[in-house]
Design a protein around this ligand. Structure first.
Ligand code: PLP
Length: 441
């Protein structure tokens, strides 16, 4: 197709056409979806090249936690680049040291030393390596409804069917069932019994159990309160570490700093990205307990990246964490989340195709169903990968036409707006969704 215009290309402007021809899209935007040129972002909105403004009801890829106008962060990045644009990771900067200290303060308990990278998937890769080196064991238990990233280690621990194209992946990864109350025959706590059984059967070979405390892109699954504390207990009983992947749930999304704070659980290793800078710069982080940190004082951690602790990225991270604190954004997310819950309940009452609304804080999902008694999904996880468009895609597309951007994964609309969203903006977005849901009713 090089140099030729396809039929759909006539709807694209020049930039979009060039982009489509020369840029290899990620799997989120590869098949049916044409690139849309965005020319401006502001507050909780973004604007396309035709001047259409959209409410960003998913914070782009569930990462723009600070909204699109966090001046403290943009200023910190620009000052940093003007001052010291880059130094190799063997040197340090004020921002890197201070962000390390800050993360030790805001993460739970004894988590104390951070390895910096540039993305969520790299944060998970580091966690897998650290767990294996530290325990001297190889296997990792993760869960089917999970997403941990696209590089080989992370996609291998991912349960989402997008992993299938990358299989066999890295050796030593085992999947367990999830605490998915709406769509599974297993009770959430029974799924935990299953993991306990796996730990027993695998003997002393499991380095870690790796979970998203609140599952994000695989459906916004909040486990029962007893789940995560018990998971940590059984992992430790079998000599395995608990790794919490907070890439999506972290930084106020749930109304707490981290998803595991909801359950008072302190993991041995925690991964972060997305909200860590509010998406103002690419930054990943893997924080470990002081015991694990101590182990690596005299044992080489064979790992590193050119841009580990990149000055502009850590400057963004430091300014972002300071912004969450100074603007009380965690509390704001909790309060706005309560309001959002009531508005989603209204949608559930009104639309037969809304099977379940669930989540916590500003991290919520609307699962659609063809039949609410039998809980039949409109699209399965496999449909999403093999066929692309589902009814849920059509609902999201209609909402976009109504001026609201909402991400959708598998059978669920994912609502994760900037933590700065007001109740009036929530109302506007819910009105657009209300009309869009007629597609699935
Ligand atoms: N872990 C979780 C829980 C995620 O949601 C994601 C991305 O959505 C990742 C890891 C991978 O992050 P990235 O896309 O920055 O590599």
């Amino acid at each position: 197709m090089s140099g030729q215009e396809s039929e759909s290309d006539t709807t694209l402007n020049e930039i979009e056409r060039i982009d489509k021809e020369y840029v290899f899209g990620t799997w989120s935007f590869q098949s049916e979806v044409n690139p849309t040129e965005i020319v401006h972002t502001d507050g909780v909105t973004f604007t396309d090249a035709n001047g259409n403004e959209y409410i960003d009801f998913s914070g782009q890829l569930m990462c723009s936690n600070l909204g699109h106008s966090a001046e403290r962060v943009t200023e910190a990045v620009s000052e940093q680049i003007n001052d010291t644009a880059y130094v190799a990771p063997g040197f340090t900067t004020e921002a890197r040291a201070k962000l390390g200290k800050k993360l030790a303060a805001v993460t739970p308990g004894d988590l104390s030393k951070t390895f910096f990278s540039t993305s969520g998937t790299e944060a998970v890769e580091a966690a897998i390596k650290i767990a294996r080196f530290y325990t001297g064991k190889q296997k990792i238990i993760s869960r089917y409804r999970s997403y941990h990233g696209a590089t080989y280690g992370s996609i291998s621990v991912t349960g989402d069917p997008r992993r299938l194209a990358a299989e066999p992946g890295i050796p030593g990864t085992i999947k367990a069932p999830d605490p998915y109350a709406y769509g599974s025959t297993l009770d959430p706590m029974q799924s935990l019994d299953y993991i306990e059984e796996m730990l027993k059967l695998e003997g002393d070979t499991i380095a870690a159990v790796l979970v998203e405390p609140i599952v994000g892109s695989n459906g916004i699954l909040v486990p029962p309160n007893e789940y995560l504390p018990r998971l940590k207990e059984i992992a430790h009983e079998h000599g395995a570490l608990l790794v919490c992947d907070e890439v999506m749930a972290g930084f106020g999304r749930t109304g707490e700093w981290f998803g595991c704070d909801l359950f008072d659980v302190e993991p041995d290793i925690m991964t972060m990205a997305k909200g860590l800078t509010g998406a103002y710069q690419p930054l990943g982080a893997t924080i470990v307990s002081s015991e694990i940190a101590e182990y690596f004082e005299d044992t080489m951690f064979c790992h590193g990246h050119t841009y580990s602790g990149h000055p502009a990225a850590v400057a963004a991270g430091l300014a972002a964490v300071e912004t969450y604190q100074s603007e009380n954004l965690i509390e704001q997310a909790r309060e706005a989340g309560e309001y959002l819950e009531t508005r989603l309940d209204d949608l559930a009452k009104k639309h037969p195709s809304v099977g379940d609304t669930r989540g916590i804080g500003l991290f919520r999902g609307i699962e659609l169903t063809k039949n609410s008694k039998k809980r039949v999904p409109f699209g399965t996880r496999e449909d999403k990968v093999s066929k692309g468009s589902t009814v849920v895609d059509e609902v999201a597309s209609k909402a976009y036409g109504n001026g609201v951007y909402v991400a959708n994964m598998i059978n669920t609309l994912i609502i994760a707006p900037p933590l700065t969203i007001t109740n009036a903006e929530i109302d506007d977005a819910v009105t657009a969704l209300d009309s869009a849901l007629k597609v699935s009713d």
